[in-house]
Design a protein around this ligand. Structure first.
Ligand SMILES: Nc1ncnc2c1ncn2[C@@H]1O[C@H](COP(=O)(O)OP(=O)(O)OP(=O)(O)O)[C@@H](O)[C@H]1O
Ligand SMILES: [Mg+2]
Ligand SMILES: [Zn+2]
Length: 269
């Protein structure tokens, strides 16, 4: 008995002799998807010919997904190069919403993160983000890392940045030719979502605040989403960063989501 492939080959080889008029029957794709490949008609100097598409829709989708994944990896590596001490360690890379234990006091954070991801398309269009605020060890960093991880899994260009590391980098880049301050700022404008970890943990000189302002103002202007994890409450944020930064953050993110309870680090001991 002839295999399907034999039949396809037979059809393809007989196509040109059909004088380009009569359409040959569709062929079954060999990848296992079962899709019927419709022949397409072409004109050549020798006359009309029929050809089957070389890939089916499943292969086409897979090809596009791989291309997107490669381009995402490249984009992330591009920023990682600017921050040689990367902001995310294995601890953050492993963070998901599923491995975040829902204790009372922090459940509000988990719910907000889930709803945020469920409505990601709308949130990103409007440049919306979230601010997680609370005492040490409540999983604020875990939550923003989990959101970044999930979006990257969906092949969305999102990036997790330690704010103290950012300020250190911008300070250093003054004396470097290759990594100018402008390059750092441009790189951080690119992700569709930028997670700012540990806001307020750095020593905030006027100079530092100005750099952070530039970063946030740029993302604000372009409706690019940000997530924030901070120990500071609303008043604390305003007193450290001033109203120009905090006003923009609140408009983008709404009021901070306050996590309460005992440090998870203490629970683990
Ligand atoms: N509810 C939770 N379920 C599982 N792991 C958690 C939870 N909360 C925190 N952790 C883990 O505990 C550690 C500390 O959490 P994390 O760094 O996110 O806290 P934080 O609120 O950012 O603290 P800090 O204010 O000191 O930065 C991390 O390893 C994190 O993955
Ligand atoms: Mg933290
Ligand atoms: Zn197929």
């Amino acid at each position: 008995m002839k295999s399907v492939m034999d039949l396809v080959m037979e059809q393809i080889s007989t196509c040109p002799t059909m004088s380009g008029r009569e359409e040959p029957p569709p062929a079954i794709c060999q990848c296992g998807c079962g899709e019927l490949l419709q022949p397409v008609h072409f004109w050549t100097p020798e006359g009309g010919v029929w050809r089957y598409p070389t890939i089916c829709s499943r292969q086409d989708q897979e090809y596009k997904r791989r291309k997107k994944a490669a381009s995402l990896r490249e984009s992330i590596e591009w920023i990682d190069e600017i921050f040689p001490r990367r902001s995310m360690g294995p601890r953050q890379l492993e963070a998901t919403l599923d491995n975040y234990e829902p204790f009372e006091g922090i459940l509000v954070g988990l719910k907000a993160a889930r709803i945020y991801l469920e409505n990601w398309e709308e949130n990103v269009k409007k440049g919306r983000g979230l601010i997680f605020q609370g005492e040490v060890g409540l999983g604020k960093t875990h939550l923003i890392a989990a959101i970044v991880n999930e979006l990257q899994r969906r092949l969305v260009f999102s990036y997790f940045l330690s704010v103290p590391l950012f300020l250190e980098r911008v300070r250093d880049s003054f004396d470097e030719e290759n990594t100018s301050e402008g390059k750092v700022m441009r790189a951080l404008a690119a992700p569709r979502l930028l997670a700012l970890n540990d806001m307020g943990a750095e020593k905030s000189s006027e100079w530092a605040i100005e750099r952070l302002y530039q970063l946030i103002d740029d993302r604000y202007n372009y409706r690019s989403s940000v997530l924030v994890a901070t120990n500071l409450d609303a008043r604390g944020l305003a007193s450290v960063y001033g109203s120009r930064i905090v006003d923009r953050l609140y408009e983008m993110c709404g009021a901070p989501i306050r996590l309460e309870g005992d440090s998870y680090r203490k629970r683990r001991r």
